[in-house]
Design a protein around this ligand. Structure first.
Ligand SMILES: C[S@@+](CC[C@H](N)C(=O)[O-])C[C@H]1O[C@@H](n2cnc3c(N)ncnc32)[C@H](O)[C@@H]1O
Length: 278
């Protein structure tokens, strides 16, 4: 009798999950990542974990993955990322990602935020403002670019106080060595947002990966290029580099934190890497 009831329940739940599943594919990898997630700041952890859990639960129920990809493509085609600014300075990012990055900064409370690819400086200004609002007055942003488009942003007080701009290629060995020396034994977060060709991003991952402190983040930006799901014509880009990096030793240092994709629209699918504790 009990066994019969269990069998009926099993059949009913499987038929139900087939019907629901055809509408809302499982995001079990995301849920596994939530279970594994650990944060430096316990109080913020509880708040943000509850928020992302709620959002991901909603996605499981109402947003099929194909639909998410369609929205990401549509958003990219609208070129919103190319027409966004922070306090009047151009920033080439998805505002949803900027918001998620502010979660991470407030959890990790980095001494240094290192960014490759400055452009007009809107993103570095946003890191500076976040540090300032958190009262992290001795923290600094180090940002670098082969071009110098920083004339306007360099007028800002926040920039002068918190940001150091280096006019250099992100993979110049001397530049990386001097940054490594400065940030040694500090709490460090790194964002890779310069040349998005796979060979360059892979070089950056190998050079900057070891600089990030345990529990902090290495964010590989624009992994959505090369048809993941946008710009299929792009060719090997950040995702190719990321996979190569993880397959050749990177996975020993990092795990992909899928909870950081809870805002639905991200330019960095799979690219939010959390440094494992030693
Ligand atoms: C996507 S933009 C950076 C956007 C900026 N982080 C933001 O969010 O507003 C990419 C920048 O990378 C720079 N770049 C390209 N190759 C580079 C390299 N080898 N080293 C450093 N910067 C590079 C480009 O000049 C360009 O300004």
């Amino acid at each position: 009798m009990i066994v019969g009831g269990i069998i009926v329940l099993f059949l009913v739940s499987n038929v139900a999950s087939f019907l629901v599943g055809s509408y809302a594919p499982s995001r079990s990898a995301v849920w596994d990542a939530i279970a594994r997630a650990g944060f430096t700041n316990r109080e913020t952890m509880q708040a943000t974990q509850a928020q992302t859990s709620r959002m991901l639960e909603q996605q499981d129920r109402i947003l099929p993955v194909d639909e998410q990809k369609r929205i990401m493509n549509m958003w990219n085609d609208l070129q919103v990322w190319d027409n966004t600014s922070f306090l009047g300075i151009r920033v080439m990012k998805n505002p949803m990602d900027l918001w998620m990055m502010q979660y991470i900064i407030s959890e990790v409370r980095p001494d240094y935020i290192v960014e490759t690819g400055t452009a007009a400086g809107g993103s570095a200004l946003y890191w500076a403002a976040t540090l300032d609002l958190l009262g992290l007055e001795s923290s600094r942003v180090i940002t670098m670019d082969i071009e110098d488009y920083t004339e306007a942003v360099a007028e800002r007080g926040l920039w002068r106080e918190y940001v150091e701009f280096i006019h250099s290629s992100s993979t110049d060995p001397e530049t990386v060595a001097s940054i490594a020396e400065r940030v040694a034994d500090k709490t460090v977060m790194v964002l890779l947002d310069s040349n998005h060709e796979a060979h360059h991003v892979l070089q950056e991952l190998r050079m900057y990966g070891p600089l990030v402190s345990p529990g902090s983040y290495l964010i590989v930006e624009d992994t959505h290029l090369d048809g993941i799901p946008v710009a299929p014509e792009w060719g090997p880009g950040p995702m190719t580099a990321l996979n190569e990096y993880l397959d050749t030793g990177g996975a020993e240092l990092y795990e992909q934190d899928f909870t950081r994709e809870a805002h639905v629209l991200t330019q960095n699918p799979g690219g939010w890497l959390r440094r494992k504790s030693q």
